[in-house]
Design a protein around this ligand. Structure first.
Ligand SMILES: Cc1ncc(COP(=O)(O)O)c(C=O)c1O
Length: 256
């Protein structure tokens, strides 16, 4: 019989696969996957941008490049992140196909079989599957209306159990809970995690998709609240917000 790796055989049939096969069915308007409407993709603008490129630029776009990403793309990305208050130099950035690939890479970098990883309950199933595939021992922290239960976090940190490798959380328009973390909860997390050598993985794929201006200040990224005190791996995505202007900027490295 074919023998798969431990981590993979521990995986259940993918919930995401089941969910996406329903969500992409043409007669269903699905709210379960975080997918943009097809009609919102700026096809004409993308065609125009592609046509406006020189032959050389097109060749560069198709060719292999540096493994952490095309320098011009990284430069655009750092400008985008700086607008969010995240001052990241090129050497701290990496292009991935999306947030989930970044989460996978981080899991690979941090998790040895049996390691403790702190997650919210409920949590984004894609991230949970990634952590399980590296045989992490997931320890759940309940989610309240304003973020994780910080009393539960304190209890875990003070317990004699194994030291967690990191805490994964999705603070903005949480999937699936829909909540936004309050500033107060994030401050308490910073206080509890300072000097603990337990990095945070902050998965922020939805903060650009807001309806109400008053929600914007709440979505301040945690690293900007305490730049020196805590270690944060920030993962983001353009899969939800692709629009012509941004695409042009990323593709060509300028703001055409
Ligand atoms: C919280 C969260 N993180 C990550 C992702 C995946 O993002 P990407 O498509 O960029 O990999 C999703 C949904 O698709 C999500 O809801």
């Amino acid at each position: 019989m074919t023998r798969f790796a431990h981590g993979v055989s521990a995986l259940r049939s993918s919930e995401i696969r089941d969910l996406m096969s329903l969500a992409t069915s043409p007669d269903i308007i699905s709210f379960s996957g975080g997918m943009p409407g097809n009609e919102l993709f700026p096809l004409d603008r993308i065609d125009n941008i592609y046509r406006s490129l020189t032959e050389k630029e097109k060749q560069v776009a198709m060719q292999y490049g540096p493994t952490n990403g095309l320098p011009t793309l990284l430069e655009s990305l750092s400008q985008y992140l700086e607008k969010k208050g995240l001052p990241v130099g090129k050497n701290r950035l990496m292009m991935t196909t999306g947030s989930l690939q970044a989460i996978n890479i981080l899991a690979k970098a941090f998790v040895d079989p049996g390691d403790t990883v702190l997650v919210e309950t409920p949590s984004f199933i894609g991230a949970l599957s990634a952590f399980r595939s590296y045989e992490a021992n997931l320890v759940s922290l309940p989610l309240r209306g304003d973020g994780i239960d910080t009393d539960a976090l304190r209890t875990v940190l003070n317990s004699a159990g194994p030291r967690p490798k990191f805490l994964y959380f999705a603070p903005n328009f949480h999937n699936p809970a829909g909540i936004i973390y309050s500033e107060e909860v994030k401050r308490r997390m910073i206080d509890l995690l300072r000097d603990q050598d337990i990095p945070l993985i902050e998965d922020d794929v939805y903060s650009d998709l807001y309806f109400y201006e008053e929600d914007v200040p709440k979505m301040t990224n945690i690293k900007t609240m305490d730049p020196e005190g805590i270690d944060v791996c920030f993962t983001g995505s353009f899969s939800k917000i692709l629009h012509g202007c941004l695409f042009a900027q990323l593709f060509t490295g300028d703001s055409r």
